[in-house]
Design a protein around this ligand. Structure first.
Ligand code: ASP
Length: 332
């Protein structure tokens, strides 16, 4: 008989591990989580470690570092790792961990649930099973498993507050799906490893996400410069346009001249920003902004936080955004 795969479950809290408390659902390292894992022990050799016990709304960049470090230091001796996590900020954590752990050499699969495992109708058992199957697949990378689909962590976005198909893989095919044939992996989606696994231990919180709205005051850029931000991800309109009348460009010019990296993505969930198409986009390019192309907001934010955390100069940041590190951006 084939030996069982050795898998590590790192728990961080979230609905999946929550039980009703005085003020609503609170994460607990509950017996229910243990019970579910025990059932899976007939398929896999599972070790459980608690890293955090938080609603993911309370997870900060410092905790992304802790999760990445736990994965990196504990991974030897395991065939794969599952990280249970609240769904609300899971796409951010999965994206950040992707950049903090380049060339990771084991599958790392984030998952959670919309209904706690303690609820008889929970989607948690299914999600855990998909996550463990991917963790046992031998395909390295950082993934997110939900509703029988597995996607790259850096392409995942939470779309639904209650629906079980809560996550979508944006601008990228699924890395794997569960069908009547079992777990079907799409090899073409898997990230390419280019070297030894590595852990980055720094990330910057000095990045602001700015969503353009018609008539937005250009003074916002002065305020962001004054507040000491070192990076801005700007969700522009459609293909990447902004209101170039009304001094909007002056604000961006000042920010770029102050050494702030401005990455422009689109408010549209699907397809790519392309600043070369409209005059309102070309003007932005002339100012020296960086194209975020088809990246998700979560990936653009965490990639910029990671790049600034490594103290990269603006030109290095531009170069790093021009290429895909782990499948987060379409190769040109
Ligand atoms: N508020 C919860 C969390 O993100 C939601 C969930 O896990 O589904 O921790």
């Amino acid at each position: 008989m084939e030996e069982k795969k050795r898998l590590l479950l790192l728990t961080t809290g979230g609905t999946i591990a929550s039980v009703p408390g005085a003020d609503g659902l609170e994460p607990k390292r509950s017996e229910v989580m243990e019970r579910e894992v025990n059932q899976l022990r007939s398929y896999y050799n599972i070790t459980v470690r608690d890293v955090l016990c938080l609603d993911s709304s309370n997870i900060t960049p410092e905790q992304w570092l802790l999760i990445a470090e736990s994965i990196f230091t504990l991974r030897s001796g395991y065939d794969g790792i599952v990280v249970s996590h609240g769904t609300d900020t899971m796409a951010y954590t999965a994206s950040a961990v992707t950049f903090l752990l380049p060339d990771i050499d084991v599958p790392v699969v984030f998952t959670g649930s919309q209904l706690p495992l303690a609820d008889v109708l929970s989607d948690g058992p299914d999600n855990l099973r998909t996550a463990f199957a991917m963790a046992a697949s031998g395909k390295p990378g950082v993934f997110l498993a939900f509703d029988r689909k597995v996607m790259l962590g850096c392409r995942s976005v939470k779309l639904r507050a209650t629906g079980f198909n809560a996550f979508e893989s944006v601008n990228a095919r699924y890395a794997a799906t569960v069908t009547g044939l079992g777990l079907r992996v799409d090899e073409s989606v898997l990230p390419r490893r280019r070297g030894e696994a590595k852990l980055y231990t720094r990330i910057s919180s000095d990045v602001f996400l700015l969503k353009l709205t018609p008539g937005l005051s250009p003074k916002i850029f002065d305020a962001l410069v004054d507040m000491g931000y070192r990076g801005i991800v700007m969700e522009a309109f459609g293909l990447g346009g902004m209101n170039i009348l009304h001094q909007g460009l002056d604000g961006i010019r000042k920010a770029v001249n102050a050494g702030i990296s401005v990455v422009v993505t689109t408010q549209c969930l699907y397809d790519s920003a392309n600043l070369g198409v409209y005059q309102v986009g070309s003007r932005l390019l002339e100012l020296g902004v960086i194209q975020g192309r088809d990246m998700t907001t979560e990936a653009a934010m965490t990639k910029l936080m990671w790049a600034i955390g490594q103290n990269m100069a603006p030109e290095e940041i531009r170069a790093v955004f021009a290429r895909s590190l782990a499948g987060e951006i379409a190769e040109e």
